[in-house]
Write a protein that binds this ligand. Structure first.
Ligand SMILES: Cc1cc2nc3c(=O)[nH]c(=O)nc-3n(C[C@H](O)[C@H](O)[C@H](O)COP(=O)(O)OP(=O)(O)OC[C@H]3O[C@@H](n4cnc5c(N)ncnc54)[C@H](O)[C@@H]3O)c2cc1C
Length: 373
């Protein structure tokens, strides 16, 4: 079976891997170079931040992320030559209002990823001596890891580009579907090129609303800007991830520390702003004051594909036999990515599914003009 995937972020790329494993061939399309949008910009935390603030459907996919990435890293590394570093640092959360609810959540779910301890100052300083003395307590999730997402994308893209059943089409905007009798025959690019396939996947992240008009469906996905900054400290300087008041520090193995992030509704504007960068800088130092000794080596912003409750749309699109969705992952597309792609593949190939797919089904409303027509 030949499948066309629109969007080469983590959602599209992992979908391609899953489908290739089953013997399908894939064509992947992106308006820019592959793997340069939200999936590159994100932090790579392999759990929703404050999991209790998210619907169960988000946590159900996220809980598979770490294990599935470990398997992918083992499979891809010999061919891609890039280790994407699943860094098992654990996560400290300093928000006092979340202590009880977090501990209760951990007890209720009783899964390794959600195991959680309450730390007083002495234990806290032992686990992470870089933490500010002002922060006297924390809850600690020792199993939460992060993935080095730019390397993750590089590894997958290298692997896919070497695969004989994959075609990459970069710097091409896919504009329209050619539809006949409730089936898509082909996709059409803005330069007029036409590409045929048997099945089609929309993995277009924050741009997914683009399809609303042609499909006469309301697709409530919009870009939400998030800014980040990057410090470079000594190797292994910060032993754990830290989170306070929705701001986080994510240590990489080589001493880079990713800090973020903001939330702004600015359309497709991806420019970092001085004010927001200062806020992130201050929030980072409030957690680990000695960060002030290290240079900020990069600042950037990315566009999260927000969906109404953060639950992605995964499954067959309404009224079309061969059009599939894998978009709308909002703040958790990196941790949900591997399980989302697996679920999509299982649905497309009519295989048993890893979880009940109903909650992810793109049961999208018709646009008002389509209803009245
Ligand atoms: C600052 C920030 C921090 C984050 N931190 C985390 C985190 O720690 N953990 C986590 O799990 N998630 C995190 N996220 C969220 C995560 O990055 C996203 O949910 C995820 O990357 C979405 O992946 P995607 O493949 O759906 O979208 P994208 O990566 O945006 O990919 C979509 C692709 O589709 C292409 N495209 C769109 N329309 C078209 C078209 N018509 N034709 C051709 N190409 C098209 C785009 O160019 C793009 O490359 C963060 C996001 C941001 C911005």
């Amino acid at each position: 079976m030949h499948i066309a995937i629109i969007g080469a972020g983590i959602s599209g790329l992992l979908s391609a891997l899953e489908l290739l494993e089953q013997g399908c061939s894939v064509s992947i399309f992106d308006q820019q170079s592959a793997g340069k949008a939200a999936s590159w910009a994100g932090g790579g935390i392999l759990s929703p931040m404050y999991p209790w603030r998210y619907p169960q459907a988000v946590n159900d996919l996220a809980k598979h992320g770490k294990t599935l990435y470990q398997s992918w890293n083992t499979k891809l590394l010999p061919i891609s030559g890039t280790d994407f570093e699943i860094h098992e640092t654990g996560m400290l959360i300093f928000d006092r209002d979340d202590f009880d609810i977090g501990l209760h959540y951990a007890e209720k779910h009783n899964e390794p990823m959600q195991y959680c301890e309450h730390l007083k100052q002495q234990q806290l300083q032992q686990i992470n001596p870089r933490v500010s003395a002002q922060l006297q307590e924390a809850i600690y999730f020792p199993q939460i890891a992060n993935v080095r997402n730019p390397r993750l994308l590089k590894s997958i893209i290298t692997y896919l580009k070497l695969h004989p059943k994959v075609q990459f089409h970069e710097n091409i905007w896919i504009d329209r579907f050619q539809i006949q009798s409730e089936r898509i025959n082909a996709i059409q690019a803005s330069n007029g090129q036409r590409f045929e396939a048997e099945q089609f996947v929309i993995a277009t992240g924050a741009w997914s609303e683009h399809w609303s008009q042609q499909l006469n469906l309301s697709i409530p996905v919009e870009p939400v800007q998030g800014q980040m900054l990057l410090f470079k400290g000594p190797e292994n300087w910060l032993p754990t991830m830290c989170m306070n008041d929705v701001m986080y520090l994510i240590p990489r193995k080589d001493g880079h520390i990713v800090c973020g992030s903001s939330m702004s509704h600015l359309g497709f504007d991806k420019r970092p702003s001085i004010q927001t960068q200062q806020n992130i800088y201050k929030a980072s130092l409030a957690m680990a004051p000695e960060l002030a000794n290290f240079p900020v080596v990069k600042q950037w912003a990315g566009l999260r594909p927000s969906s109404p409750s953060g639950i992605p749309y995964i499954g067959q699109m309404p009224n079309l036999d061969n059009l599939w969705a894998n978009f709308g992952h909002y703040r958790n597309g990196l941790c949900m990515g591997p399980a989302s792609a697996q679920l999509l593949r299982q649905l497309m190939l009519q295989q048993p599914t890893l979880t009940d797919p109903a909650v992810y089904a793109p049961a999208l409303q018709l646009l008002p003009q389509a209803v009245s027509a």
